[in-house]
Each structure stands twice: as structure tokens, then as C-alpha cells.
Design a binder for this molecule. Structure first.
Ligand code: G6Q
Length: 537
């Protein structure tokens, strides 16, 4: 992190530390307008934060001193900014809907391949939706089972739930990720073999969980339909690894490709989105891409003071590094966004959960926060207590929509009343005098007082649509990118995930071998022995 620019942020924070959010509002009646910006269908009101003009200016100075403008261009133009894997980072090319656009990697324009894959996906999705592509026995496809994990699962799951109102209800999508056989078994109980399409989603096509689930699903299907030939009609692959797809027994004709410059957690707008495209149709998928693209363009071109991803990123850095906040809550007030926090959790924590800077040195400041959340109003009846009155500072993003897809009575007004009331209460709290005025007995006043001064962002859009969803995802992707640049860490690798993949393989040998080597620590050895004993091995 740029020390000099950070020092200026610290100075600005020190000068304003004793001014509460409440006082900031009292001093400036025009505050809400000044701290509200909009783009791609979203409005961000960040006025309920511990910031004034000087703090924001210093934070923007930090972004500038970190070379953010150039870094953004490097990403968009295909430079190999993922240096530890020597790869470009071009998820933005996947949703570049400009028909004239050219994006080069190693001297080759990638856009023709992006467009060709999208149209192949579109043809296949339409064929499934219209009953042209049928199962081995001639029946229509009614069930789609996406088998994948991590980046090959969380995006499709999140978006399938989010875009339910736009989906074809006669097609039911399932997502199997866990290697726990229960996940596959319970899913297979819900589907019929002759009407099921399995989508094996794996960038590498070597991930243990996905390959294990895919092989078991294949065995189940062949067993039910009585022929190996059924696989061709019931299995497709989404991958970058044609050789492994062929080895698995899926014709590469039935493979939808993507490229090493698409990170797993950024892959929803690639072929990894096929299950979503089948569910919502190619036109709605195109709208999703358009929403992403609008936010991409905004991020690339808007001045920092008007830039939503940059602003969210800077506020996050303010609390992580200036106020010692260790976690960050994302609270969507829309049931359709129920998996959005889980999706963001991977995007953020896998990207910025790093303790070594770009020069390979241990950092001496906090990087990515613990990210978590649940939809409102459910969260209000569980963990909000701690956000209101606990000892931890937890900045929150509140995400909501003016219109609901399911207007029933006054549900939506009640939902949104809670949405607005929570940020108000978190910012302004409740003083001891207010408690007394409401007649609280003196001995209860300390318990019923709310300090307030708890920061929140409010993100509001008119309606949850493919476009606003795409823009929302892109907003957070770029926020995470900006933070990675400022923290001077590499956001696009994930060596911690790779480690897990290797470790499990070593232990598996010891679980199943006739004579295990047991070369672990005494705890792991004893646990393995206990497990083997229980199974009579
Ligand atoms: C995402 C990570 C990780 C990955 C899974 C699945 O950015 O790399 O979550 O998506 O491990 O990998 P495959 O798609 O290769 O099976």
C-alpha cells in the first residue's frame, strides 16, 4: 500500500474521528445528495459513512497513488496482470457486447471466440428449451443438473435463484457441488434419468469433487437408461480442457469452452453460465451481459468521485485499515438474492485473502475482510443485534429494489420500511435521553441505548432484472479488483484452493490403502486410524 498516500488518509481520519455520522448530517443538510452516485441502474447512497470531503479526497489520492487508472487499463486490455499464473484477466471481454470490440491476448483478438461460444451456447440452450434436443429415449429435458464446485458452481447457483422470475418453470435446475454423496443422491431422487441433462462444469476438468460426482452421475444414468450411448444426449461439458473432457467420455462437440484468462470466480458470464442460459433463455442471458458491460464501462471511464466500484472499494479500505474492521456484511433485501452473499464471499475472500504483496513480502496491514451476510429481514432477527450493539465494527451494504416481482398486499412496503429503517438506526442510534423520553426505567437505559455511528452503504435499483444483476456482480468484481490494487496484492490467483486439492489426495491414500503410510502429525494419524477402525479397515 502506498505509505505516503495512506498517511494522508490517516491524517484526514484523525481530524474527523470524533465527528459522528449524526453530526455530519447535522452540519450539512445537503449531505445525502453530495454522497449519492449512480450508474448502470444502481444508485449508491454512501452518506451514512464516517467520511467527509477531506477523507474522501485522501482516499481517492490513495487510489491515484496506487496507479489505479493504469491498472484498470491493463486489465481491460488483456495484459498478463495475474503474474503468479502468467495470465491475462479478461472476464470483461466475456460481456463486451460492443460488436466492433477487439481485445488482444498474445497478439490474438479473443472476441471472435467469445462470440462463437456465446452463439453455440444460445443454439444449444434454445434446442433444450424448445424440445429439439431431447434425451436418449426421445423425451424432453425437464431437469438440468450442473455438477461443479467453487467458481463453477456459486455463480450459476446464485444467478439461477436470482433470475427465477425470468426462468422457464418447466425446467428445473439443480446444482451438485459437494463430494459428500448426499448432495448427489438427494438430487438424483428429484430427477428422472431420461429427462435429465447433466452439465459438468469444470475449468480444469480435474477437480476431485466434480469428477467424482460426474462419474457417479454417469454411472447412474447409464444404469437407468441401459446404454453407454445415452451419455452423448445427457452430458455436456463446460471446460478449458478438451483432452480431459474427451477422456471422461464426453464428445468435444458437446463441450462449451472458455479460456485460461477467465478466473473460476469470475466465470458466470462464460460457458459456465450455460445452466442459467438454459433456464432464462439466451435473450435474458444477453441482458445479463449487457448489465455487466454497462458497469464495466462505467468503471473504466467514470472519474473516481463518481465511480461506484472505486467508491465502495475505498470505503472498505477506510474501515479495514483505518478503523480495524475485520468483517463486512452484505445484506440483500430480496429473497431472490439469497445466495448473493455466499457468491460474494468467494469472489472477495478468494481474491483478496492474501498476506503477501506483489513483491513477495509479508504485508504489514490488513487485506481482504471476512465477508458474510443473509437476506433481510431474516438477518434482523438473528445477527443484527451484534451489528447494532456489539463491540465489533461491521460496515454493511444494504441492497434493495423499489419494485418486487411478487406484489402481495403491503409485503414489499414492509420489507423496504425495514431496509431504510435499519440504516437509519445504525447511523443515528438512540441516545439515553431518547430512551428516558420514551419512559424506559433508568436501570434499563444503558441496555436500550444505541451508540449509532455504524456505517452503511445503500444500493438501490428499480427492479431485480438480468441487467441490474449483471451490473451488481460487476460492481463487486471491480470493487475487489480496486482493493487488490491498493493493497498491492495479487487478486486473481488462489494458491490456498490448490493446496486443499493436493492435501486431500494424500490423506485419501491413507484412508483406503491396505497398509497406510501415516506420515502425518500425531493428531492426523490418530484421527485417520480411528476412522479406519470404525470402518473395520
Ligand atoms: C475460483 C477457484 C475455485 C475453482 C474450483 C473449481 O476462482 O479457482 O473455486 O473454481 O476449485 O475448479 P474447476 O472449475 O477447475 O473444477
Amino acid at each position: 500500500m502506498n505509505a505516503e498516500a495512506w498517511k494522508k488518509v490517516e491524517e484526514a481520519v484523525a481530524a474527523s474521528r470524533n465527528t459522528t455520522i449524526k453530526q455530519l448530517f447535522e452540519h450539512d443538510p445537503d449531505r445525502a445528495r453530495k454522497y449519492t452516485i449512480s450508474a448502470a441502474g444502481w444508485t449508491l447512497d454512501y452518506s451514512k459513512n464516517r467520511v467527509n470531503a477531506a477523507v474522501m479526497k485522501a482516499l481517492r489520492g490513495l487510489a491515484e497513488a496506487s496507479g489505479l487508472k493504469d491498472e484498470i487499463e491493463r486489465m481491460f486490455t488483456g495484459e498478463k496482470i495475474n503474474r503468479t499464473e502468467n495470465r491475462a484477466v479478461l472476464h470483461t471481454a466475456l460481456r463486451n457486447v460492443d460488436p466492433e470490440a477487439k481485445v488482444f491476448v498474445d497478439g490474438k483478438d479473443v472476441m471472435p471466440d467469445v462470440r462463437a461460444t456465446l452463439s453455440k451456447m444460445g443454439e444449444f440452450a434454445d434446442a433444450v428449451r424448445k424440445g429439439v434436443h431431447r434425451g436418449f429415449t426421445g423425451k424432453r429435458i425437464k431437469y438440468v443438473v450442473n455438477i461443479g464446485i467453487g467458481g463453477s458452481d456459486l455463480g450459476p447457483v446464485m444467478a439461477n435463484i436470482a433470475l427465477t422470475p425470468f426462468g422457464k418453470r418447466s425446467i428445473k435446475c439443480f446444482f451438485v457441488s459437494n463430494v459428500d454423496s448426499t448432495h448427489l443422491a438427494e438430487t438424483l431422487r428429484e430427477v428422472k434419468a431420461d429427462q435429465t441433462l447433466f452439465i459438468v462444469a469444470s475449468k480444469t476438468f480435474t477437480t476431485q469433487e466434480t469428477m467424482t460426482n460426474a462419474l457417479s452421475a454417469r454411472e447412474w444414468l447409464v444404469g437407468r437408461l441401459g446404454s453407454e450411448a445415452a451419455v452423448a444426449k445427457h452430458f455436456v461439458a463446460l471446460s478449458t480442457n478438451a483432452a480431459e473432457v474427451a477422456k471422461f467420455g464426453i464428445d468435444v462437440e458437446n463441450m462449451f469452452g472458455f479460456w485460461d484468462w477467465v478466473g473460476g470466480r469470475y466465470s458466470l458470464p462464460s460457458a459456465i453460465g450455460l445452466s442459467l442460459m438454459i433456464f432464462v433463455g439466451p435473450r435474458n442471458f444477453a441482458r445479463l451481459l449487457k448489465g455487466y458491460w454497462k458497469m464495466d464501462r462505467h468503471f473504466r471511464t467514470a472519474a473516481f468521485e463518481k465511480n461506484l466500484p472505486v467508491t465502495l472499494a475505498l470505503l472498505g479500505i477506510l474501515y479495514s485499515n483505518g478503523y480495524g474492521a475485520e468483517s463486512y456484511a452484505v445484506l440483500p433485501y430480496d429473497q431472490y438474492l439469497s445466495r448473493f452473499p455466499a457468491y460474494l464471499q468467494q469472489m472477495d475472500m478468494e481474491s483478496n485473502g492474501k498476506c503477501v504483496d506483489r513483491d513477495g513480502r509479508r504485508v504489514n496491514y490488513s487485506t481482504g475482510p471476512v465477508e458474510w451476510g443473509e437476506p433481510g429481514t431474516n438477518g434482523q432477527h438473528s445477527f443484527y443485534q451484534l451489528i447494532h450493539q456489539g463491540t465489533h465494527l461491521i460496515p454493511c451494504d444494504f441492497i434493495g429494489f423499489a419494485r418486487t416481482h411478487n406484489p402481495i398486499g403491503d409485503h414489499h412496503d414492509k420489507l423496504m420500511a425495514n431496509f431504510f429503517a435499519q440504516t437509519e438506526a445504525l447511523a443515528f442510534g438512540k441516545t439515553a435521553d431518547e430512551c428516558r423520553a420514551e419512559g424506559d426505567p433508568e436501570e434499563l437505559v444503558p441496555f436500550k441505548t444505541f451508540e449509532g455511528n455504524r456505517p452503511t452503504n445503500t444500493l438501490l435499483a428499480e427492479e431485480l432484472t438480468p441487467e441490474t444483476l449483471g451490473a451488481l456482480v460487476a460492481l463487486y468484481e471491480h470493487k475487489v479488483f480496486v482493493q487488490g490494487v491498493i493493497w498491492n496484492i495479487y487478486s486473481f490467483d488462489q494458491w490456498g484452493v490448490q493446496l486443499g486439492k493436493v492435501l486431500a489426495k494424500n490423506v485419501l491414500k491413507d484412508l483406503t490403502a491396505e497398509k497406510p503410510e501415516l506420515r502425518h502429525d500425531s493428531s492426523t494419524n490418530a484421527l485417520i486410524a480411528r476412522y479406519r477402525k470404525a470402518l473395520g479397515r
